[in-house]
Ligand binder design. Structure first.
Ligand SMILES: [Zn+2]
Length: 325
C-alpha cells in the first residue's frame, strides 16, 4: 500500500524549461500535457497537496517536494529553480541576508502562512500592484515560431519591468490574473495573450528610461549586494539628503527637509510620463509617497523595491557606491 502511494505521486514526465521561463509557466505546460481535468489534480501530482497561496505564480513554495518529484527523470536543483525561474532574486533585494534566507526557506517547504509577508510584499503597493501576467507581443510571436508554443517569461513579470529589454517594446497585459485564491494553471496562449486588445505607447524618452530601469533591476538582483536593513537605508537616505543640501540639521536633532525642491528635481529627472507609467500614485500624491519611502521606510512592513531603486538612482546614480559605503 505504501509503495502504491509513492508510485502515484511520481511524475512520469515534465516539460523542459525554456530560457528565462517562469516556473509557473512550466507547471502550466505540464498541466496541459498531463491531460488532467482539474487544476487540483495537477497540484496534487506536482506538490502533493493543493495550495491556497495567492502568490504561487511568482513565489511558488513547497519546491523541495517538486524537486524530489522531478529528480526521477530530470535533474533540477532547488537553487536553480529558485534563482532562474521564480521572482525570488527580485524579492531578495532590499532584504537582509537573514530575511532573504527566511524567504528562501519558506519557498522550500509547505507554507501555511503568507509568503508575501515573508517577502515583505504588499498586494496593493506601488510597483507590486500588477494584476495580470504580462507578455511581449514580439517574444510571443518568436516563441510560437521557435518552440511551437509561447510561454511566460520571468523577467516580464517583475514589478517595474514594463518593456521587453530584448525587443524594446511595451509589455501587454494578458487575461490571466497574477493572484487568485485557488491555483489555476494557465499556459501562455494566443487566446489569453491578445495583442489586439491593449495598445500602449510610450514616448522615446520614457521608453529609454523604462529600458534603463529593467537593466537596473536585472543588475541589482544578479549582484546580490548584501543589504544592511531598512533602518540603515533610512539613515543612508538622510545622510545623502543632508550632503546634497535637501535636509538641514537644527539643534536638538531636528531636521528640515526641503521637500518641494527635492520633489521638483526628482520629477524633472524622471518626467511625468515615466512616473505615470510606473505608478500613477507617484504623480497624483506628488511627493508624499517619496517622502514616506525616504524617511519612513523602516516603519513600513512592506518594501516598495521599485520606488527605492528610483530613489537610489536619483540620489547617487551608482548602486555599488550607495550600498557599499
Ligand atoms: Zn520581447
Amino acid at each position: 500500500m505504501i509503495l502504491f502511494l509513492l508510485v502515484i505521486t511520481m511524475l512520469s514526465f515534465f516539460p523542459i524549461f525554456y530560457s528565462d521561463e517562469l516556473l509557473y509557466s512550466a507547471l502550466a505546460r505540464y498541466h496541459i500535457r498531463s491531460g488532467n481535468k482539474s487544476f487540483r489534480q495537477t497540484d496534487l501530482e506536482l506538490f502533493g497537496y493543493s495550495s491556497q497561496q495567492v502568490s504561487k505564480i511568482t513565489l511558488t513554495n513547497n519546491l523541495n517536494y517538486l524537486v524530489k518529484n522531478l529528480s526521477f527523470f530530470y535533474r533540477q536543483t532547488f537553487d536553480v529553480l529558485l534563482q532562474n525561474h521564480t521572482l525570488y532574486p527580485f524579492y531578495a533585494t532590499f532584504l537582509t541576508p537573514q530575511e532573504a534566507w527566511l524567504l528562501k526557506d519558506s519557498m522550500k517547504k509547505k507554507l501555511s502562512g503568507s509568503i508575501l509577508e515573508v517577502a515583505k510584499v504588499a498586494t496593493n503597493s506601488t510597483g507590486d500592484s500588477r494584476k495580470f501576467l504580462k507578455f511581449c507581443p514580439t517574444c510571443l510571436k518568436e516563441d510560437e515560431e521557435k518552440y511551437g508554443e509561447p510561454y511566460w517569461h520571468r523577467l516580464h513579470q517583475i514589478p517595474g519591468v514594463l518593456v521587453c529589454s530584448e525587443h524594446s517594446v511595451p509589455l501587454l497585459d494578458s487575461s490571466i490574473p497574477i493572484e487568485s485564491k485557488a491555483t489555476q494553471y494557465h499556459s501562455a496562449s494566443l487566446e489569453n495573450c491578445d495583442i489586439s486588445i491593449s495598445v500602449i505607447h510610450y514616448t522615446d524618452s520614457t521608453l529609454e528610461k523604462l529600458l534603463n530601469l529593467v537593466k537596473d533591476i536585472e543588475w541589482l538582483q544578479n549582484r546580490k549586494i548584501e543589504f544592511k536593513g531598512l533602518a540603515w537605508l533610512r539613515k543612508k537616505y538622510q545622510s545623502c539628503l543632508i550632503s546634497q543640501g535637501y535636509i538641514s540639521l537644527l539643534p536638538g536633532n531636528k531636521i528640515v527637509f526641503d521637500e518641494q525642491v527635492f520633489f521638483d528635481r526628482i520629477f524633472d529627472f524622471y518626467g511625468k510620463d515615466f512616473l505615470d507609467a510606473i505608478d500613477l500614485n507617484l504623480c497624483t500624491n506628488r511627493g508624499k509617497y517619496f517622502k514616506y519611502c525616504l524617511l519612513g521606510c523602516d516603519i513600513n512592513p512592506v518594501i516598495d523595491r521599485v520606488t527605492h531603486i528610483l530613489l537610489v538612482k536619483f540620489i547617487t546614480n551608482n548602486f555599488i557606491e550607495f550600498f557599499r559605503s
